[in-house]
Design a protein around this ligand. Structure first.
Ligand SMILES: [Zn+2]
Ligand SMILES: [Zn+2]
Length: 454
């Protein structure tokens, strides 16, 4: 472990002296009062600032397009201009010379064409509910923009230590175990986007990229495309790295235990070390749509075509859909009533035919019971403890079960239609996607029986 008491560990925020507070188990800044976990400070020391120096003469072939409305900055070559801002749609774009250096190590060139991307966006929006009709208009779909997104690519060994709980199924109860897992794992080429304007969740949802197809960066790739500069602070990046590594740590630990019905890991400490990093541009097609006063962004992975994003909901479309749902409900009720009526009519006919026999009387009695649900309930309630009541109740339940099941399903689908938002993107790729396949993970696991859970 690093020595945190050393005078060299300075506050990343203000450069003040950091002091370890044993009570909080955090490093506190003497000067600005910010607090940092030791693992975060250690990580921060390993992350360099990116795109911060002054632009050099070798970068004169590039220029910056600055959005006057939202402040987003795009880099492109001198011959490419933009008519609208990708992030806010504003047409007020100012062209200026490169202000800060822009030196990515690698680039993955676009493999998905503009036309393919347009098709992907349309297919994606079709798979969602209540997307406004205007979204599919030619002018909107054709406004897609190809942007090289800056990514910080991390490869690192991580010491992971996590604690959790596992449940094993027994005949009537479950056995609870305390689980401990310590291991050393190597993750390879985990990407973190360095753009403030682009949703982290969206970028994770269109991962993975095939990094083996990367090539050294050259300005000529920017022709006709745009790139963003790294504008995320190392502080923000460190938080994201730790959060993702902890998530992956828990995931990796969960997979190392077998024979459990469920396994859940909570507390997790992660220490990345032997950290290596590169700075690369990854190709992404964007379609930004303004609806009401919000922006909705969708993205297509420019290498694999994987698509995800946020879409608006047209409330008029939703209302129409809900009304259609209610009409189908009404038709289903009518159908049930018709079947029930037909059953009553059949019983009446049978009863009338055999009225003189005892079978006829039973049929008439059944008719009266069925025709009056209240009478049936009273009958069941009254005879609940009697043998007859106990026998009839399950039969009545059995007969009504299909109807109640259908009613519950219809109600659930109605609620789903009401709550649909189109604002959820898919999950990030699982931990295995980034395991270093050459490095075997050595687990130090322990399972301790704690108590039965009834
Ligand atoms: Zn400070
Ligand atoms: Zn803008």
């Amino acid at each position: 472990m690093a020595d945190y008491s050393s005078k060299d560990t300075k506050c990343p925020g203000c450069g003040g002296k950091l002091i370890f507070d044993p009570e909080q188990q955090l490093l506190c800044c003497d000067f600005c009062g910010n607090t940092y976990s030791p693992e975060k400070i250690e990580l921060l020391l390993q992350i360099p600032e990116i795109d911060t120096g002054d632009a050099g003469e070798s970068e004169e072939d590039k220029c910056e397009l600055v959005c006057d409305s939202c402040g987003a900055v795009l880099i492109t070559d001198k011959n490419t201009s933009a008519t609208t801002c990708t992030f806010c749609g504003s047409p007020a774009i100012i062209t200026r010379r490169l202000s800060k250096q822009f030196r990515p190590d690698y680039i993955i060139p676009f493999e998905v064409s503009r036309q393919e991307a347009e098709t992907k966006f349309v297919e994606f929006a079709r798979s969602k509910k209540y997307v406004p009709k205007d979204y599919f208009s030619k002018s909107n779909i054709e406004s897609v923009q190809g942007i090289y997104v800056p990514f910080w690519i991390m490869s690192s060994r991580c010491k992971v230590s996590t604690r959790g709980e596992g449940l094993k199924k027994r005949a009537v109860y479950k056995d609870k175990y305390s689980l401990m897992s310590d291991f050393d794992v190597k993750y390879d080429n985990v990407p973190f986007d360095g753009s403030l304007e682009i949703s982290d969740g969206l970028m994770e949802a269109i991962e993975p990229f095939d990094i083996s197809r990367r090539i050294p960066f050259a300005s000529s790739y920017l022709q006709g495309f745009y790139a963003q500069k790294f504008n995320l602070t190392t502080d923000n990046l460190a938080d994201r790295i730790l959060a993702r590594m902890k998530h992956y740590g828990r995931e990796t630990a969960s997979m190392s235990f077998s024979g459990y019905e469920s396994v859940h890991f909570g507390a997790c400490a992660v220490r990345p070390y032997e950290l290596e990093h590169t700075y690369a541009l990854y190709p992404v097609w964007f379609l930004n749509y303004k609806y009401g006063n919000r922006h909705y962004m969708c993205a297509v992975n420019g290498q694999t075509g994987k698509t995800d994003g946020y879409l608006p909901v047209d409330e008029v479309k939703r209302k129409a859909r809900l009304i259609r749902h209610r009409i189908v409900d009404a038709l289903l009720i009518l159908m049930c009533v018709a079947i029930f009526g037909a059953l009553l009519a059949a019983l009446y006919w049978l009863g009338a035919t055999f009225i003189t026999s005892s079978a006829g009387l039973v049929l008439i009695l059944a008719l009266v019971c069925l025709a009056s649900p209240i009478g049936m309930m009273v009958f069941i309630g009254y005879h609940h403890k009697s043998n007859l009541g106990a026998k009839i109740e399950p039969i009545a339940e059995f007969l009504t079960r299909p109807v109640s099941k259908l009613a519950a399903r219809r109600h659930q689908s109605y609620l789903n239609l009401c709550n649909e938002t189109n604002m959820e993107v898919g999950p990030r790729p699982p931990a295995e996607e980034y395991y270093d396949s050459r490095a075997k993970i050595e687990f130090e696991n322990s399972e301790l029986y704690s108590n039965p859970e009834l």
